[in-house]
Design a binder for this molecule. Structure first.
Ligand code: HCA
Ligand code: CU
Length: 375
C-alpha cells in the first residue's frame, strides 16, 4: 500500500459543515472561514449550492471572486437548474451528486442507472462548456453494488471529468472495505477520485486514509469534522494521520493555524473543541501518569507520535493529581528554580499522591508545596 504522491484536501466546512445541526454561518463568517482555510493551504473549498438559498448564491459569488489560491467548488444536484446557477455564480468547479444505492434511489428519485447517466451527460456537458472543473459522486456509494458503481463511474470517466467521488453517506463502511472498493474503482477509471466519509460508526478518518491508500487523490474534510449527524473526517484528524507517517506529507500546509481555525469554527457553531480532537484538543499533548511523564521527560518520542511544536503547541506534564511520579515533580520544581534531590522529589510526590487521594488538587497547591523545599 502506498499513498499517492499528491493528495488534495477538499475542505467542505462551508457545505457539509453547514449541515451540522448547530451551524448557521453569516456571510461574513463564511468569508472568514474561506479566507482562513485558504491561508491554511487547502487545495479546494466546497460551498453550499447556490440553489439552497438566495444568500448562499450571493456568498458563493462573493467568495469565488476573492481570488483565493484554493479552487472554489459548489456542491449541486445533478440538475440543469443548479448547474446554471453554479456557472452564474462563477464557481470554478461543481461537485455533482446523484443517489445510486437501492435505499436512496427509491426514496429520492426513483431513476434507473441509465437514466442517471443520461442526466449526468447533459449536466456535465453544460458545465464543461463553461470551463468548470467537474466531479460526479454516487451518493451512498458503499450501499451501491460494486458493478453498478463501476458502470456509472466508467460512463462518467469517459466524459472527461476531472474526478469521480465515492461517498460513505451513512458512515457504514469499514476501512478495509473502503480500500478494496477504492482499488477496484481505481482500476476501472482514469480520472482522479475523491472520497467523502461520514463518522456514524467512528471510522471517518481511518476510512479517508484507506481511501488514499486505495487510490483516492482527494479527500473531503471539515473543521472539527462537523457535518450532518455526527459529521465526517476532520481537517485536524486527517492532518494528524498523515503527519504521523511523515510530517513532510503535510509540510505544505500552514500547520500553526489549525488551533485558531478549530477555535473559530467551534465558537461559530457553539461548541467547545472536543477533548478527543487530534492536535487541537486542549489535552492533545498533556501527559499524566507517572510512567508516561518519566518517559516523555527523558524522550518526548516515547509517548508522542506528533511533535506539538509542528502545530504551535507545547507539551504539558500534569502534576496536580495522585498518579504523579517523582520525575514529573522534580521537573516541575526545576521549572520553578528549585532543585530537589531524588529523595526529596519522592517525598514531595508521596505528599501530592496522599492529597490527591483526599480531594481534587490544582497546580498552585503543588507549587506551594514545592516552594517549601526552597526555604
Ligand atoms: C449528503 C450528501 C453528501 C455528499 C457527498 C459527496 C454525502 O447526503 O448530504 O458529494 O461526495 O454524504 O453523501 O454529503
Ligand atoms: Cu456528507
Amino acid at each position: 500500500m502506498s499513498l499517492p504522491d499528491r493528495f488534495h484536501l477538499v475542505e467542505t466546512t462551508l457545505r457539509e459543515g453547514e449541515q451540522f445541526a448547530g451551524a448557521r454561518f453569516s456571510s461574513a463568517q463564511r468569508v472568514s472561514i474561506a479566507d482562513a482555510l485558504d491561508a491554511f493551504g487547502v487545495e479546494y473549498i466546497e460551498l453550499t449550492s447556490p440553489a439552497a438559498s438566495p444568500q448562499s448564491a450571493r456568498d458563493l459569488e462573493a467568495i469565488a471572486r476573492r481570488g483565493l489560491r484554493a479552487r472554489v467548488l459548489t456542491h449541486i444536484r445533478c440538475h440543469m437548474d443548479d448547474a446554471r446557477l453554479a456557472v452564474e455564480a462563477g464557481a470554478q468547479g461543481a461537485n455533482l451528486l446523484f443517489a445510486t444505492s437501492e435505499q436512496l434511489r427509491q426514496v429520492s428519485h426513483g431513476r434507473t442507472l441509465d437514466e442517471i447517466i443520461e442526466r449526468a451527460v447533459e449536466v456535465i456537458a453544460y458545465l464543461q462548456r463553461h470551463d468548470l472543473e467537474v466531479r460526479f459522486s454516487c451518493e451512498d456509494s458503499f450501499r451501491t453494488p460494486l458493478p453498478d458503481l463501476i458502470r456509472v463511474y466508467r460512463a462518467i470517466d469517459s466524459l472527461g471529468v476531472q474526478r469521480i467521488g465515492l461517498a460513505d453517506t451513512v458512515g457504514i463502511a469499514a476501512p478495509r472495505q473502503v480500500y478494496d472498493v477504492l482499488a477496484a474503482v481505481r482500476a476501472a477509471v482514469g480520472c482522479d477520485i475523491e472520497f467523502h466519509g461520514h463518522n456514524d460508526s467512528g471510522c471517518a478518518i481511518a476510512n479517508a486514509f484507506c481511501a488514499l491508500e486505495g487510490g483516492a487523490t482527494h479527500v473531503d474534510v471539515t473543521v472539527l469534522g462537523i457535518g450532518e449527524r455526527n459529521g465526517i473526517a476532520s481537517l485536524g484528524g486527517m492532518i494528524a494521520r498523515l503527519a504521523a507517517i511523515d510530517p513532510a506529507l503535510v509540510a505544505r500546509y500552514n500547520l500553526g493555524m489549525l488551533g485558531e481555525i478549530d477555535q473559530m469554527v467551534a465558537d461559530m457553531v457553539g461548541i467547545a473543541i472536543p477533548f478527543n480532537s487530534c492536535i487541537t484538543s486542549p489535552t492533545a499533548f498533556t501527559h499524566k501518569a507517572g510512567m508516561h511523564t518519566k518517559a516523555v521527560l527523558a524522550d518526548p518520542r516515547s509517548y508522542e507520535v506528533l511533535d506539538p511544536s509542528l502545530f504551535g503547541r507545547t507539551r504539558t506534564v500534569a502534576v496536580a493529581h495522585r498518579l504523579v511520579g517523582w520525575h514529573a515533580i522534580a521537573e516541575r520544581a526545576r521549572e520553578l528554580g528549585i532543585y530537589l534531590s531524588e529523595a526529596q522529589a519522592r517525598v514531595a510526590a508521596a505528599r501530592i499522591k496522599a492529597l490527591g487521594d483526599e480531594h481534587d488538587i490544582d497546580g498552585n497547591t503543588v507549587d506551594e508545596l514545592l516552594y517549601e523545599y526552597a526555604e
